[in-house]
Design a protein around this ligand. Sequence first.
Ligand SMILES: Cc1cc2nc3c(=O)[nH]c(=O)nc-3n(C[C@H](O)[C@H](O)[C@H](O)COP(=O)(O)O)c2cc1C
Length: 149
Amino acid sequence: MTDIAILVGTESGNAQMVADTLQEVLEALSHEVTLHEEPEADVVDLANRDVMIISCATHGDGELPDNIIPFCDYLKETKPDLSHIRYGIVALGDQTYHQTFCQAGKDVDAILASCGAVRIGERFEVDACTQPLPDEDARDWVKDWVELL
Ligand SMILES: Cc1cc2nc3c(=O)[nH]c(=O)nc-3n(C[C@H](O)[C@H](O)[C@H](O)COP(=O)(O)O)c2cc1C
């Protein structure tokens, strides 16, 4: 059993829906899950955290959703040592935004890596154009991902 934090970056709810599904699948596999809909570094308790998944949409022109900006700013400004953390990324986007497809998820990935955290598996990118059921796709992804821990 693994204790897993899921952090959400969303504007209109898709990344939240994905996070809810990830939680459901992981709990059915007997993992302990804490969902952070408004991620705050101290509440996430990064110093004592081993495993995280970030479910993050992209908005604006390749920008982070508002609710996850403070968390990312904290990481960029304080650069905590997160080398004890393993994480997965679900990046939601839309390929019609050619230049900025899933940019926020890519940015969160880069920020965590810059703090020494280690990504497990490939970033899972969800295209709203071709994947109309992101939660179903994420369900399959997380079953494989959790096996890599
Ligand atoms: C105003 C707006 C701007 C967007 N900008 C981007 C973008 O720059 N890159 C991208 O890949 N997707 C972009 N998207 C697509 C969203 O990331 C996608 O619809 C996602 O599923 C939304 O997730 P959410 O409901 O959790 O916010 C944008 C969507 C909207 C409505």
